[in-house]
Design a protein around this ligand. Structure first.
Ligand code: GRG
Length: 305
């Protein structure tokens, strides 16, 4: 996707992301202090506090502010979504799943701590996500109907209609001929669903109307898919640049990707369509509050790595 002219908007997205991600990192650190049993807690902290762009929690905070809520109201759901994300990466890397040795430039959790500890750390992070929400909102401030609705949203995004569903279909598709509809199903569930839940939970606790919440849901689903389409295109174009030829590693690899099923031009056109759809959902919001989410969509579309 080629870069739109973004100059003169007066919004510093890099600064916005850095400051929100910093606040999220501090909140996550406080939510998971090192205690006994140290091996388990170290393993959980290793994956939760090991960097990462923090796109999902920032999405929750930005969606909350977009509907007029206070950022502090969304902090617990923002942390919970990142805990779920961290656990999904730990489990995704396990030998029985993708069997990866590196994540964010470091040994994966099971390489550092062993498979059984990594499995338990993932389980404990998932449990902590819901415990953290329950405890943080117990003091009041956010109406309990909103909290309950957010918990339902997050649970749905994790389970048999969300991440777990996407993962099981992905694993079952290995080595098989994958059609576009199946590829889309995998990415809607594995990647887009948690981004969607992050934004929707933020909008729910921020007091958005149902119409606002559903606009934000559609926006987030578009950027979730966009994330994956751009990733697939970059895999091909960065490899082809390195090799000085048009066929990149993913076109040859035994894995379905958007460029493989739609061609590079088709996948690039699809990415352009997704960023336009995402931005169109923000048009109903006025007053500049939508700037962070607009810039986030563009950041995902126009990144180079
Ligand atoms: C949820 C019960 C339950 C089990 C997990 C393993 C699994 C089921 C699902 C896999 C989900 C998965 C790993 C999807 C890929 C998501 C994705 C695009 C990860 C990369 O996200 P970034 O770029 O990563 O935001 P950083 O490192 O920046 O956080």
């Amino acid at each position: 996707v080629s870069q739109a002219d973004d100059e003169g908007s007066g919004f510093d997205f890099g600064q916005y992301m850095a400051s929100k991600a910093g606040a999220v990192n501090d909140a996550l650190d406080r939510a998971l202090p090192l205690r006994q049993p140290e091996l388990l807690l170290e393993s959980m902290r290793y994956s939760l506090l090991a960097g990462g762009k923090r796109v999902r929690p920032v999405l929750a905070l930005a969606a909350c502010e977009l509907v007029g809520g206070d950022e502090a109201a969304a902090a617990p759901v923002a942390c919970a979504v990142e805990m779920v994300h961290a656990m999904s990466l730990v489990h995704d890397d396990l030998p029985c799943m993708d069997d990866d040795a590196l994540r964010r430039g470091r040994p994966t959790n099971h390489v550092a701590f062993g498979v059984s500890t990594a499995l338990l750390a993932g389980d404990a992070l998932l449990a902590l996500a819901f415990e953290h929400v329950a405890r943080s909102y117990a003091g009041g401030g956010v109406p309990s109907e909103r909290v309950l609705r957010a918990v339902g949203e997050l649970g749905n995004a994790v389970g048999a209609e969300g991440l777990a569903a996407g993962q099981v279909v992905d694993l079952a598709s290995e080595g098989a001929t994958v059609e576009l509809a199946t590829l889309e199903y995998i990415h809607v569930h594995k990647t887009a669903r948690l981004l969607e839940a992050a934004a929707v939970c933020g909008a729910i606790v921020g007091g958005g109307t149902n119409e606002e919440i559903e606009s934000i849901r559609r926006y987030a689903r578009c950027i979730g898919l966009l994330f994956q389409v751009v990733d697939d295109v970059l895999d091909v174009t960065s490899t082809s640049q390195q090799l000085g030829k048009t066929a990149g590693k993913d076109l040859a690899a035994d894995k379905a990707t958007y460029p493989k099923l739609m061609g590079i031009d088709g996948a690039s056109a699809y990415a352009a369509e997704l960023v336009a759809c995402a931005e169109a959902e923000l048009d109903r919001f006025e007053g500049g509050r939508e700037a962070p989410l607009r810039h986030l969509a563009r950041f995902i579309a126009y990144r180079h790595s």
